[in-house]
Ligand binder design. Sequence first.
Ligand code: NAD
Ligand code: UD1
Length: 338
Amino acid sequence: MKILLTGGAGYIGSHVAAALVSSGHDIVCFDNLSNSEAGVMDRLEAITGTPIPLVKGDIRDRDALDKVFGDHAVEAVIHFAGLKAVGESVAQPMRYYDNNVRGTLTLLEAMSDCDVKTLVFSSSATVYGSPSYLPIDEEHPTSATNPYGRTKLMIEEMLADVAASDPEWRIATLRYFNPVGAHDSGLIGENPNGVPNNLMPYISRVAAGRLNELSVFGGDYPTPDGTGVRDYIHVLDLADGHVAALDAIAKTERPLSTWNLGTGQGYSVLDMVKAFERVNGVRVPYRIAPRRDGDIASCFASPERAERELGWKASRGLDAMCASSWSFEHMLAKRNTD
Ligand code: NAD
Ligand code: UD1
């Protein structure tokens, strides 16, 4: 299949790009490079042995989308493009609604007009809000506690209406839990601008001496060691989940499907710190700090529906997540000194 990846130069998009090429798909990436760099495409070529076209453009730009659909015989879209920082979304809500919601609407209009009606959308476990039970299955009620989460919910609602309006649509909403880790090659991974908000990139930078110590947000949660518990999923497992979802919606009669992509296993912040130290033989100094606003105690998936309907199950454990994050950190350090 020929697949368009919006946000294809980003962290998750680039790993999915590599997985799709190795499954025999033909792809084109479309990205405004607001949170990524074009150099990723060279590294993807080194990984896959195939040059992958990158079109620099914005999903809010209808002309740019029409051109990419006109130039390439796109059959399906995987839609990663979006802004994703919770704190920033609280400070700049209009920017988030414009980029994420308006951007998605423009993409859907462009797809509909050229009769491309197969779509995989990057949603998030954030749409479950504060969990009322664990593990979280897809029937869990949804809610949002910040503008970023609300953009994901609004887009999910928009997709449900679109799917209900025309039975030709085949839409998969993938609710990611906590993606971490990097490609085995060490060539691509997560490299946020500025000080990382998320746990794993923060741990890597502390271990590398680029940051002094990790602040563990909260040591008094009702969890086994008092620190927050999450469902960390290796980005390569997540990438395989996209390939499986695309295959499934090509065969299903259902216009809309929703799948959790998680492992079903929760680990605490201190579990992550200890695993990172043990696997990589490094020290990660930390101190227990106050809770972060908006954080919840525990969140982990029931991945059963994806296993049953997609035949997909995460297979990589914590050791692989920590080792690959550290290899990628080394690659970044080497790139910076070259
Ligand atoms: P990322 O920032 O690395 O990738 C997003 C890409 O989209 C970037 O390359 C960016 O330049 C591009 N982009 C942003 N706005 C654009 C626009 N208007 N037009 C064109 N390109 C645009 O983020 P990621 O971690 O790869 O996340 C991908 C998707 O998955 C996002 O929608 C995010 O909300 C969702 N998600 C991510 C996580 C996570 O932990 N990383 C968890 C749940 C959901
Ligand atoms: C966060 C977002 C979520 C988003 C996801 C992926 C919030 C409230 N939620 O999820 O909407 O979908 O990222 O981008 O921001 N931690 C520390 N110290 C740190 C960083 C994190 O102790 O420096 C802890 C957190 O308190 C949490 C765990 O590590 O218990 C994971 O945090 P993080 O990686 O930010 O992910 P989430 O909060 O689960």
